[in-house]
Design a protein around this ligand. Structure first.
Ligand SMILES: [Zn+2]
Length: 77
């Protein structure tokens, strides 16, 4: 199975090791954002894409998620 974003080998979640790490840090940071700001998951993701300080990997993951790559987000409750 290939990563949904790049062509590296992926694990069951569909991300390769690098994109999985980026994904996990996105999810972790969202917990902090939620507490500080009224930000939806989608708004948060578009902030990541816009933010020039965000790493390339995180941007790629955020863009993928915005496109609807993940139907059920683990962080949405
Ligand atoms: Zn990848």
């Amino acid at each position: 199975m290939k990563c949904v974003i790049c062509s590296r080998e992926a694990d069951k979640k569909g991300y390769c090791e690098l994109h999985m790490k980026a994904y996990e840090s996105i999810v972790k940071k969202y917990d902090v954002w939620k507490k500080a700001l009224e930000t939806s998951w989608k708004e948060y993701l578009s902030e990541i894409v816009k933010n020039s300080l965000t790493g390339e990997l995180a941007k790629e993951v955020a863009e993928y998620l915005i496109r609807g790559g993940e139907k059920q987000s683990v962080t949405q409750s």
